[in-house]
Design a protein around this ligand. Structure first.
Ligand code: ACO
Length: 428
């Protein structure tokens, strides 16, 4: 039993439950024996008060607006690190030494190509298919091509699958884009960085050499780092839940992609930019603020609010700076950025948003940057999926390696009919 306990009284009886302490953050009440002892479940739709697992990867303090990966603050990683370093950190727990980084980068770079037959899959999609629909399908299909890395009981195979997923995701996403605009697929080029290679596969054409713009490469790298992991968010929990049954890693990541697609999660960057464009000019902001506050109107300010952050999302701070830098350095005058900044200013001074602690999240400014780089809005969530794959595989590996891991199987509060007898159709 832990040092501290929590007591629960149910009817006449009282029960004690241990409080578990992490390295930092709130204690958790260990209720694993609750049902066996009391016959009662806990009720927590949306998991607002539930720690679903133990994890040593990412820590968020939502009140302070702090995000740490393996202890390192996100702003320091965004400022100083490469995406490969962050990937190594998330998966292996430490920033790599020089030789470790070289080996890791080499390995990822050598897994970037897709099986030739898999490339044929793309032709089966409509040209106007959403890239996320293609991502779900193609990533799920990886399990049909890479059988030698689907035995999840073998740590070596798990690592090969992880490397494959991180390496192939840029190729898969870039091909989804190329297919949608009817341009030939660009094959990976190993002398480029992870980000540079992705940019070339997306924006390059076989007819001429492609020069990676260092400003764009730097911005893209930072965006990938900002999206790499985020604790037990909806898509990561989906990956863990899918993986808890023993499903192969490619199927699990496809499940994560499906979850990320929703506008309340990764789809918010697309929705945020669409909203800013719809607002169009700063003078229309009050109308949208009023709609967001109106209980009868389902409209929400996209890119605002977060389940965990009740303060400024630290990623949004970095993203706002990247937006300013990229627009400035690429000499782009985008009125949408002015709308975004003004909307943020007005919302942060509005009683409704202050009281509900609604601040810009990472998606608020990312659309402005991605649009300036040249991505269509439909690609935004696909880029998020690409970067988040690192977090997904890190969390999936952590779960599979946990000796206490068991299938995730929540219970429910049943409110349907009690038992009744079947009635033949002519008697209903
Ligand atoms: N605009 C207006 N009001 C909002 C917003 C918003 N963006 N977000 C929350 N609220 C209000 C809700 O109406 C609710 O008000 P009430 O208490 O009067 O009913 C209150 O704030 C709490 O909102 P919940 O939906 O209960 O908070 P929850 O933690 O479940 O939702 C979420 C978080 C989904 C992110 C929400 O803030 C939202 O829908 N934001 C817009 C979508 C978005 O930007 N998603 C990206 C999240 S970050 C990411 O996935 C990378």
């Amino acid at each position: 039993m832990a040092d501290k306990t929590a007591s629960l009284t149910l009817g006449e009886k009282s029960y004690d439950y241990g409080l578990l302490s992490g390295s930092v953050g709130p204690d958790v009440v260990d209720i694993r024996k609750l049902y066996a002892q009391t016959g009662a479940f806990t009720y927590d739709p949306g998991f607002t008060s539930t720690a679903s697992c133990e994890s040593a990867i990412t820590y968020i303090d939502g009140d302070q607006g702090i995000l740490l990966h393996r202890g390192y603050p996100i702003d320091q990683l965004a400022e100083n690190s490469t995406f490969m370093e962050v990937a190594h950190l998330l998966i292996h727990g430490e920033l790599p030494k020089k030789d470790e980084l070289d080996t890791f980068t080499y390995t990822i770079t050598r897994h970037t190509m897709l099986h030739e037959q898999l490339i044929q899959f793309y032709r089966g999609f409509r040209r106007d298919a959403h890239p996320m629909a293609i991502m779900c399908g193609v990533v799920g299909a990886l399990s049909a091509f890479y059988h030698d890395s689907t035995d999840i009981t073998d740590p070596k195979q798990r690592m090969i699958a992880s490397h494959r997923l991180i390496a192939k995701m840029p190729t898969i996403a870039a091909m989804a884009y190329k297919y949608s605009i009817g341009q030939p697929f660009m094959l990976p080029q190993n002398n480029l960085s992870y980000t540079g290679n992705f940019l070339r596969m997306t924006f390059g054409v076989p007819a001429e050499p492609y020069e990676v713009n260092p400003i764009v490469e730097q911005a893209m790298r930072t965006i990938f780092i900002l999206h790499a992991d985020h604790e037990q968010n909806a898509s990561t929990s989906t990956v863990r839940l899918a993986g808890s049954s023993g499903a192969n890693p490619f199927a699990c990541i496809a499940a994560g992609i499906a979850c990320l697609w929703g506008p309340a999660h990764g789809g918010a960057n697309e929705a945020a930019l669409n909203m800013l464009r719809e607002i169009g000019t700063p003078d229309r902001i009050p109308e949208y603020i009023a709609r967001a506050k109106d209980k009868e109107d389902p409209f929400r300010l996209m890119g605002f609010g977060h389940r965990v952050y009740k303060n400024y999302d630290p990623r949004a701070k970095v993203m706002q700076k990247i937006a300013a830098d990229v627009l400035d350095q690429l000499d782009i005058d985008d009125p949408v950025f002015d709308v975004a900044r003004e909307l943020e200013r007005i919302a942060l001074h509005d009683e409704y948003f202050i009281e509900k602690k609604l601040y810009p999240n990472v998606d608020f400014y990312s659309g402005v940057v991605l649009s300036a780089i040249g991505f269509p809005t439909s690609m935004f969530t696909a880029l998020f999926a690409l970067a988040r794959t690192v977090g997904w595989v890190a969390q999936w590996n952590e779960m599979i390696s946990d000796p206490d891991q068991k299938i995730g199987r929540p219970r429910q509060l049943y409110t349907g009919p009690t038992q009744r007898d079947y009635v033949p159709v002519d008697k209903r």
